[in-house]
Ligand binder design. Structure first.
Ligand SMILES: Nc1ncnc2c1ncn2[C@@H]1O[C@H](COP(=O)(O)OP(=O)(O)OP(=O)(O)O)[C@@H](O)[C@H]1O
Length: 250
């Protein structure tokens, strides 16, 4: 089975006015196997969101190649996009539309058959039925996160990208969402690629992690193997060691 995501030499440079430039992602090469959950860790500004934005086609790489679900993202992006989806607390849903209207708009974009029934099912799965008639702008941060997840699951994606999937959720709801995602992934055989600052979440959900710093991948491996290799107790300890040591790649 070919990997769900293959990046070779992937780089993103943001050019700023006045000639200065920020290299947000610096020549990274990685593969995310199909039918797995892989985590992207890194401190603020490490390049996680930029990496995900390139994978979902929101940003064009400055250089390097990117294949997603076997498709070259420069030339065949539309073929991959139909089979993937994305959830992020940083992308706001139209405020005045109700939750149902929002899901309907996105459902039409994906050409989902029998859309009203599909919306009911996804809303039930994510315990959102009571919120369907509410304007999206009037929801709490945690409720918006669950609606964004519902939007991301509408088309039953083969590849699901998540940026901070449980950032604004209370511990109980966060735990429930992690469980839901785990069960969904096992049932469908989909691939999840997620960026998170929640180390316990990553340890629990991910088969493999990439740790980024300064736009580069500093280390990678299954959480348990990383913890053992660094002689630490938790993934958080590993993360802190990498975050605080001088950057060997700089
Ligand atoms: N549109 C942009 N223009 C210029 N610089 C940008 C832009 N977007 C991101 N950057 C810069 O690129 C670098 C990586 O940012 P990115 O948002 O990918 O980091 P991140 O790992 O997701 O961080 P966080 O955990 O804080 O969300 C940062 O230095 C950021 O300031």
């Amino acid at each position: 089975m070919s990997p769900a995501i293959e990046a070779v030499g992937l780089t993103k440079v943001f050019e700023a006015s006045g000639g200065s430039a920020v290299t947000a992602v610096n020549d990274i090469t990685f593969a995310v196997p199909a039918d797995s959950t892989v985590g992207l860790l890194g401190g603020n500004g490490a390049g996680k969101t930029t990496t995900i934005a390139m994978i979902v086609g929101l940003l064009l790489p400055s250089s390097g190649t990117l294949r997603v679900l076997g498709r070259d993202m420069l030339h065949e992006r539309h073929l991959a996009l139909a089979r993937m989806n994305f959830s992020s607390p940083y992308v706001d849903l139209p405020h005045r539309l109700t939750v149902r209207e929002n899901l309907t708009v996105y459902g039409h974009l994906y050409g989902i058959p029998r859309l009203p029934e599909r919306i009911e099912t996804v809303a039930e799965d994510l315990h959102l039925t009571d919120l369907l008639r509410r304007p999206a702008g009037k929801l709490s941060a945690g409720q918006k996160t669950r609606v964004s997840l519902a939007k991301a699951l509408l088309n039953d994606p083969v590849l699901l990208l998540l940026d901070e999937p449980t950032a604004s959720l209370d511990p109980d709801t966060g735990d429930w969402v992690r469980d839901h995602l785990s069960r969904w992934r096992r049932r469908t055989g989909a691939t999840i690629f997620l960026a998170s600052h929640n180390m316990a979440e990553v340890e629990r959900l991910c088969d493999d992690v990439f740790i980024m710093k300064g736009g580069r991948i500093q280390d990678e491996g299954p959480p348990r193997a990383l913890i053992d290799r660094y002689g630490r107790r938790t993934l958080e300890d590993v993360f802190l060691e990498i975050a605080r040591r001088p950057d060997p790649l700089a």
